[in-house]
Write a protein that binds this ligand. Sequence first.
Ligand code: GLN
Length: 279
Amino acid sequence: MPRVARLLRDASTRIDATDAAVLLAHVAARPRSWLYAHGDDELDGAVADAFAMLLARREAGEPVAYLTGRRGFWRFELAVTPDTLIPRPETERLVELALARLPPERALRVADLGTGSGAVALALAHERPHACVVATDASSAALAVARGNAAELAIANIESREGDWCAPLAGDCFDLIAANPPYIAAGDPHLGEGDLRFEPDAALASGDDGLDAIRAIVRDAPARLVPGGWLLLEHGWEQGTAVRALLQQAGFIEVSTERDLEARDRVTLGRIPAGVAPL
Ligand code: GLN
């Protein structure tokens, strides 16, 4: 029977060593730390076979998150599938910036457009239990994943609605709308590299300049925001100037771009004027 250390050593000649440990821990249903403390332990054949299969798939490029079905985001270990984007650490910046504009203890209405696995919506709903969060997505398969995550995390102040961008918000007004929409230019060679090859194209690419989804959201969001309400959009590191211009043209005020942990432009935000006070 194969021993843990041997399996890891052999796998590390084929894929990244950390990826190998994550995959072996997954099939062995043990924490990764267990592997390192039990290098001489033997694993049964079924576990070794399952590991061999995942190893081959990883070698062929499949993202680790799709192989384990899990990815950490915020305080959670979310379920992800090939129907959803794999949550990125930089998107936690979008969550932080939204939370800074959502006073606790108030019954605010919040929307997350193109929620995918539900990452942003769930983080906001969890941190603001008095808020009511609407999570939208055009993909019913993605919404099923988001609902599963909400159920697993027992987060109840969240509702899912199917449709494009602001369309499922019709008739309602929100204090804050956040989105991590697709923003990569359709012809960008990165789409043919790494994990992106396996992620849903609709979650990544958006027209010739990558801004189609952002333009649609900026066009429709003002009608869905209360006076003084905020719109926050994640975007590519070279799109800050373009997204600020779109928000300003649409009448948003206090428009600014915030950077991610790697000091790259990542989130642009603005608010609807609070309205003219009556004389
Ligand atoms: N930030 C992701 C990437 O560049 C793209 C995600 C998105 O388009 N929202 O890999």
